[in-house]
Design a binder for this molecule. Structure first.
Ligand code: BG6
Length: 458
């Protein structure tokens, strides 16, 4: 049997934008997803935007009962910055206070520990208009927002995260054009990354000063980079891929420093951000108490086949090519490799190179298209998802047995959700959502998860 400690956190994660609905109601201000969908609805799968969700805002009480039915002892969601502060700062929206207070109390009343994240890709429009994370002022507004959350909800919430996957808004928003504001501006990307690390450290400082007796961390999507071969050029390519994708946030968050090799590369390409020594000291002195890790896929890289164009805008792929390993196992719907051993490698990396800090898996999951074809006697029999979880949990248990300090495993996600640009193309949930009728049916994996958590293993 694969077993876990009795107090191991088992649960799932979601985010405000992907679950709440009421996207511009109840005095919520617009976030960049609301705005972007208004401007360019064609960019979203089937033109479904952030207003079409599982309506957690309205149905949180019955959804929390479904969390219980599927065996959760913990659950992560995020606070919507623009719901709490419609303009990003200034006056607090009391309706948001009532809503989040009531959600967190309902969770704890049902013995479900809330893990609360402060930023999940959802910059308030009012602040994006003044430059978003490019602007140092926005870092200050974030600090105030974070402190306000701790003061309002910190009596109930004892596990906080400052950001979810900060590298995503850097890369997708400022290099690759996948997310709003869809820029390709490497200098801005570095500024945004640095400001985000600073914002996280400032929130950590605020939290520690309040002495509320809880923990604060950050959620990073760690994608271990594997070289094509042991050839030194491939190994170097993988090391550099890790620097940009993982170490860029892992090091400042856990160690309070940046890897000198990363700084050297940033300097070499003339991309150093505007910074102050006071702010660098804030990063150095305010490290996370624990770490959340989202793991979906590894990256495989090799030495570049062709010389990069020095005149092109800088991309990390200046130093490596992506490599498609023959025979790799794929999730064809999402286009992501499935490599359960990656979770063990992450566990070892954290144990050996990051002081064996306490950490947990904060997302792991498998989005599948057209799950309707797996319906039997009214219920979706998602055996592939159960197998996916079992494979990952097996490697995680091995990492824990070898001393890695992992305290929990959260899947993505509890109920089929709106998946940003993919909208409802791929379904991830333990619970099936009929978007039109809002009917919910627990899938086979939901019942399996309940057994898993009752037995502390499988
Ligand atoms: C993570 C995010 O990157 O992956 C989630 O934190 C997201 O918000 C999940 O939904 C799955 O990715 P996608 O693009 O399929 O929704």
């Amino acid at each position: 049997m694969v077993t876990f400690a009795n107090d191991f956190f088992f649960g799932s994660a979601t985010s405000s934008t992907q679950s709440e609905g009421a996207h511009t109601a109840e005095e919520k201000g617009q976030d960049i997803w609301d705005l972007w969908y208004e401007e360019e609805p064609f960019k979203f799968h089937d033109e479904i935007g952030p207003k079409d969700t599982s309506t957690f805002y309205k149905n949180y009480k019955s959804d929390i009962q479904l969390l219980k039915e599927t065996g959760h002892n913990s659950f992560r969601t995020s606070i919507s910055w623009s719901r709490l502060f419609p303009k990003g700062f200034g006056e607090v929206n009391q309706k948001a206070v009532t809503f989040y207070t009531s959600v967190f109390r309902e969770l704890t009343a049902n013995n479900i520990t809330p893990f609360v994240n402060l930023f999940h890709f959802d910059m308030p429009v009012a602040l994006q208009k003044i430059g978003g994370w490019e602007n140092r002022e926005v870092v200050e507004y974030y600090r105030v927002y974070a402190k306000t959350c701790f003061c309002l909800f910190g009596d109930v919430v004892k596990h906080w995260f400052t950001f979810n996957e900060p590298i995503v808004h850097v890369e997708c928003g400022y290099l690759q054009g996948y997310h709003y504001p869809c820029k390709t501006d490497p200098k801005a990307a570095v500024q945004v990354a640095y400001h985000t690390a600073l914002a996280s450290a400032l929130a950590i400082r605020e939290y520690h000063q309040l002495k509320q007796g809880g923990k604060i961390g950050i959620v990073l999507n760690l994608t271990p980079a594997y070289p094509r071969s042991e050839h030194c050029a491939d190994v170097k390519a993988a090391r550099i891929a890790e620097l940009f994708a993982n170490k860029s946030f892992l090091d400042p968050s856990v160690k309070g420093t940046y890897d000198p090799e990363l700084i050297e590369l940033i300097r070499k390409h003339d991309l150093m951000p505007i910074y102050s020594s006071d702010d660098i000291a804030v990063i150095a002195n305010n490290k996370v108490d624990f770490l959340g890790v989202n793991y979906y896929q590894p990256v495989r890289v090799c030495a570049k086949a062709n010389m990069p164009n020095n005149e092109a805008p800088f991309m990390p792929t200046y130093y490596f090519d992506y490599y498609e390993m023959p025979g790799r196992k794929m999730n064809p719907y999402r286009g992501w490799e499935i490599y359960p051993r990656g979770i063990y490698d992450i566990a070892m990396n954290i144990r050996d190179n990051y002081g064996n800090i306490e950490w947990m898996i904060t997302e792991n999951g498998m989005g599948v298209e057209n799950e309707e074809r797996f319906r039997k006697d009214g219920r979706i029999e998602d055996d592939y998802r159960i197998e996916f979880y079992k494979d990952h949990l097996t490697w995680l248990a091995k990492g824990i047995a070898e001393g890695s300090n992992c305290i929990g495993y959260h899947v993505w996600t509890f109920i089929d959700c709106w998946s940003w640009l993919n909208a409802y193309k791929n379904r991830y949930g333990f619970v099936e959502l009929d978007l039109k009728s809002q009917k919910r049916i627990i899938k086979k994996s939901g019942y399996w998860f309940k057994e898993l958590t009752q037995n502390h293993g499988f």
